[in-house]
Structure formats: structure tokens, C-alpha cells
Design a protein around this ligand. Structure first.
Ligand SMILES: Cc1cc2nc3c(=O)[nH]c(=O)nc-3n(C[C@H](O)[C@H](O)[C@H](O)COP(=O)(O)O)c2cc1C
Length: 285
């Protein structure tokens, strides 16, 4: 019977310092074993580098655009307006948490900013969180989250430090006149003492009736005397923006006049000139 040359042909293969006679079949078996062992040993390394190649970190830098303005109060208003429009997740971008230090320690209170101008941020309260709210150090932080694209959410925060001053009653009354009817109702209800222990809907109904009977007359409602207005005169404002996938950038504005009187000279520390007496420093990240 004829034997297949494939099986019968023998080779001399060097193996472990010896010359071994081996037919083709056994030679391929040995080669498969060797190649298989290499694959098994190297596989984790190859898989890892494959994964690394496909999941590269892409950490961008989110820079704050100062080309439109270098005036921090104008920038505050721009960001606040954008928070209103950039499909924001914050229903009330004007609402901030103020923090003060009183005799009993630190306190915070949620208030709504009623006016923002070059002089500062105006708000009013029925019961000030800290007894001596006027002429006190104050700070507040406001955080806005918004959608940048289908997948990306952006985050911005602004932290303000300053001094509070009480504003004249007639100025506060002027601010009250600008409130919407629903806001006026809320402010009136918040100032009521509720001695009769009525529930909220019992207290709300007469005000709604008053508005529905004569909206024009309702608009002329005077501000309840329990409300008092304050202005926060800012000394520093820090702006931050970034997303989950980026390194954020912060820009801190300080009053040039304050910095000059201070021992730490920001100007010699790389600060740039802003507008309206402000200077700013870029802090990264
Ligand atoms: C969205 C929102 C805005 C608010 N704005 C103000 C405000 O501008 N002034 C204020 O005194 N309280 C405001 N409050 C209520 C305060 O956070 C807090 O409840 C109130 O000052 C407590 O007052 P009281 O100590 O007299 O009970 C607001 C609350 C919310 C939820």
C-alpha cells in the first residue's frame, strides 16, 4: 500500500538542544502548541492595548470667552440670561444662596436677586438670616447647569464676595412694583403673620379674588412693610465653566482699588486689566 508522503516524510527538528526526527503531522501539532501558548500569554496585553486605543481620554479645556466683555457684572447678567435660554435645568436662574456670619455662626438663605447693576446685586427679605445683615460681609454662589449638545451638559458657577448695605425704603418699593402678580401674592403671603392659623389656600383665596376683580388696582398694591431691601456691593467675582469631560477654567475678578491697598499685589502676579475698575486673573483648572 502506498503511504502518503505527507505523513511519511520525516524532518529533523532542533528541540531542546537535540535533533529530533519528526513527521509533518507531529511538527504541525508542536507548532500549533507553541503559537497557541504565545497567544494565551500575550492576549491580555493585546486586548488592553486594543481597549486603550479605542478609549482614548479626550480631556478638553473649556475656556471662558471674555471677548464680549471684561466687566464682571455685565458677564454675570450675560450668563444669567444664557441660563434662561440654553435649555437650562434651572427654572429660576436669579435665585441664589447667600451666606453670612452672625453672632450665632454662619447662616445661609435662599433669596432672589431683584436687580443687577454696576453698583451691585439687590434683594429683599422679610426676616434677615443674620441680624446685622447691613454692613456685613456676605457671599453667594449660584450654579447653573445647561445642555450644550445632545450628550454634553455644561456647568457654570459664579461666587461673589462683598459687603451688604441696606437700601432706602422707596427704592425697595420701586423694585416691588416690578414684580409679577404671582410674585406679589407670594411676597404678601410671606409677610403675613397668620394669627388666625388659616391654612395656605384660605390665605391665598382673598388675594386671588382681589386680583381677578381688578388686576390694575391689584398692581398698585404697596409693598408690605415687613420687606427690607439690601444691596451686595461685590469685591470679588469668580466665574467657572466646564463640562464633565473637560477641565474647567476659572476667572477671578477683583476691584483694582482693593488690590492696590492689599499687601498681595495681584497685578504683579499676572492679573489683567478688566473694565470699570476691575482686574482679573485666569485660574486653571
Ligand atoms: C425660589 C425661592 C426664592 C426665594 N426668594 C426669597 C427672597 O427673595 N427673600 C426672602 O426673604 N426669602 C426668599 N425665599 C424664602 C427663603 O428661602 C426662606 O424660606 C425665608 O426667607 C424664611 O423666612 P422666615 O424665616 O421668615 O420664615 C425664597 C424661597 C424660594 C424657594
Amino acid at each position: 500500500m502506498l503511504q502518503s508522503p505527507w505523513i511519511s516524510r520525516q524532518r529533523v527538528v532542533p528541540f531542546w538542544g537535540q535533533n529530533v526526527k519528526m513527521d509533518r503531522f507531529n511538527f504541525y501539532k508542536l507548532m500549533t502548541l507553541l503559537v497557541g501558548s504565545i497567544i494565551v500569554i500575550q492576549a491580555p496585553k493585546w486586548t488592553n492595548s486594543f481597549i486603550m486605543r479605542h478609549y482614548k481620554l479626550s480631556l478638553g479645556i473649556e475656556a471662558i470667552n471674555l471677548t464680549q466683555t471684561k466687566d464682571p457684572l455685565k458677564l454675570f447678567k450675560m450668563w444669567r440670561d444664557e441660563a434662561n435660554t440654553l435649555s437650562t435645568l434651572n427654572p429660576r436662574p436669579d435665585v441664589v444662596t447667600i451666606a453670612t456670619l452672625g453672632e450665632d455662626g454662619p447662616s445661609t438663605q435662599i433669596v432672589m436677586l431683584r436687580d443687577i447693576s454696576d453698583t451691585g446685586f439687590k434683594f429683599y427679605v422679610t426676616t434677615p438670616v443674620t441680624k446685622n445683615l447691613a454692613q456685613n460681609n456676605i457671599s453667594f454662589t449660584v450654579v447653573w447647569t445647561f445642555k450644550k449638545s445632545e450628550e454634553t451638559f455644561g456647568m457654570r458657577y459664579i461666587t461673589v464676595h462683598g459687603i451688604t448695605e441696606k437700601i432706602p425704603v422707596n427704592e425697595t418699593k420701586e423694585l416691588f412694583k416690578l414684580e409679577t402678580p404671582t410674585s406679589k401674592i407670594r411676597l404678601i403671603l410671606q409677610s403675613q403673620k397668620n394669627d388666625k392659623k388659616q391654612n395656605l389656600s384660605e390665605r391665598l383665596q382673598p388675594l386671588l379674588d382681589m386680583y381677578n376683580q381688578n388686576p390694575k388696582q391689584f398692581h398698585k398694591q404697596e409693598m408690605p412693610s415687613e420687606w427690607s431691601g439690601y444691596i451686595i456691593k461685590p469685591k470679588t467675582l469668580e466665574f467657572f465653566q466646564g463640562t464633565k469631560a473637560t477641565l474647567g477654567q476659572r476667572i477671578k475678578f477683583s476691584k483694582k482699588s482693593d488690590v492696590k491697598n492689599n499687601s498681595t499685589n495681584l497685578l504683579s502676579d499676572g492679573a489683567c486689566g478688566g473694565e470699570k475698575g476691575w482686574i482679573f486673573q485666569v485660574m486653571e483648572p
